[in-house]
Design a protein around this ligand. Structure first.
Ligand SMILES: [Zn+2]
Length: 364
């Protein structure tokens, strides 16, 4: 892996403190951050705004096979086993699924994302399709969160083991989509093997949240209608506000209650189903800042360091620090879009677009 230097306005460390200088990368690792009063771009592989690459903590890449879905409500679109998504996935040939997911991974890269956590439907078939789609796209990593085939009220232990052999963990569609015995068994299996467990909860009301919390997952997805008490369980939460708007369950400023969540636990950000939204995390950040938080630094943390913490990889990813993996995004602060920017964090969160990216590194 070639060594290189990038420089400019660096959002440095876990508090994203703005400094000017260089970031030195050797063998794919950040080895030095040097502060300078000004930098020479001739010395750099790229220069501009230097920030950690984006992490997308909740996706469903499989439904990349469907685009332009109607505004027809959550259950019609995604509820297992008969929602639009599940019908399309059941009918999809392996090659079709692979090609659509492969295109989405390339899109994640051009929109600045190097790590995704994906809820992978379709049992081992779905997991293998994603593995095949990932193979040629070396620069992006996917944490596969598999699940047994949807629509069954029992689990096949061999199937769970085969999924867990290749997956980062389990992505459970909801605490009521299987019998409590079946969910308990699959989660026990994952825990025994030291695997990650995530579960959708509280997407359209709060009736499945307590049962999801009782399973003690590593993170809860959505929590659109979580009460203060439920938020205070302290389990990390990944919100997907653009998705909530498309499925008709969210509302700007109120649902999900992101501000309250941030006071109680670690809150991350995801784009959810590809059929509902693009994988563009810049769009997600802009939306969350303008419609919910009015706090750009907190939104940037959600899309980088918080997501890394929730996924258990913040020792290596999520911020710019010596010893961490060099997953870096260099943004052109002189682009037509960003020209004249004075508040770097504000510009990155509320204004920057994928076409402002000069370079994306993931190690090399
Ligand atoms: Zn989801």
């Amino acid at each position: 892996m070639e060594d290189y230097v990038v420089g400019g306005h660096i959002l440095n460390g876990d508090d994203f403190e703005l400094i000017t200088g260089y970031v030195y990368v050797e063998g794919g690792t950040i080895v030095e951050i040097e502060e300078r009063s000004n930098i020479k771009s001739d010395n750099c592989a790229a220069s501009g705004i230097v920030m950690p690459s984006l992490i997308n903590a909740h996706t469903h890449l499989g439904d990349s096979i469907i685009k332009d879905v109607p505004f027809s409500g959550l259950d019609t679109l995604v509820k297992p086993p008969h929602g639009l998504k599940h019908r399309a996935l059941r009918d999809a040939a392996f090659g079709v699924l692979v090609e659509a997911m492969h295109k989405s991974l390339l899109d994640a890269l051009v929109t600045g994302t190097t790590l995704l956590a994906d809820f992978r439907e379709g049992g081992i078939f779905g997991v293998n399709a994603l593995k095949t789609a990932m193979d040629p796209v070396k620069k992006v990593q996917v944490m596969i969160l598999g699940r047994p085939n949807d629509g069954r009220d029992y689990i096949v232990e061999d199937e769970i083991d085969t999924i867990l052999d290749v997956a980062y963990g389990l992505g459970v569609s909801g605490s009521r989509d299987f019998s409590s015995a079946a969910i308990g068994a699959m989660i026990n299996r994952a825990r025994t093997r030291g695997k990650f467990v995530a579960i959708h909860a509280g997407e359209q009301d709060n009736s499945d949240i307590d049962s999801a919390i009782s399973l003690n997952p590593d993170c809860l997805i959505h929590m659109t209608y979580a009460s203060k008490h439920q938020i205070e369980s302290g389990i990390p939460i990944v919100v997907c506000p653009r998705s909530n708007l498309v499925t008709g369950v969210g509302s700007a400023f109120r649902h999900p209650p992101i501000g309250e969540m941030l006071q109680a636990t670690t809150v991350g950000l995801g784009t959810d189903n590809v059929m509902l939204n693009s994988l563009n995390m810049f769009a997600e950040m802009e939306f969350v800042s303008k419609a919910f938080l009015h706090d750009d630094l907190k939104v940037l943390e959600m899309a980088t360091l918080n997501n890394a913490k929730i996924l258990g990889v913040d020792n290596d990813l999520g911020s710019i620090a010596v010893g961490k993996h060099a997953s870096l995004l260099i943004i052109n602060h002189q682009s037509n879009n960003l020209f004249g920017t004075e508040n770097i964090v504000n510009s990155v969160v509320r204004r920057a677009r994928p076409d402002d990216i000069v370079l994306l590194t993931n190690g090399g």
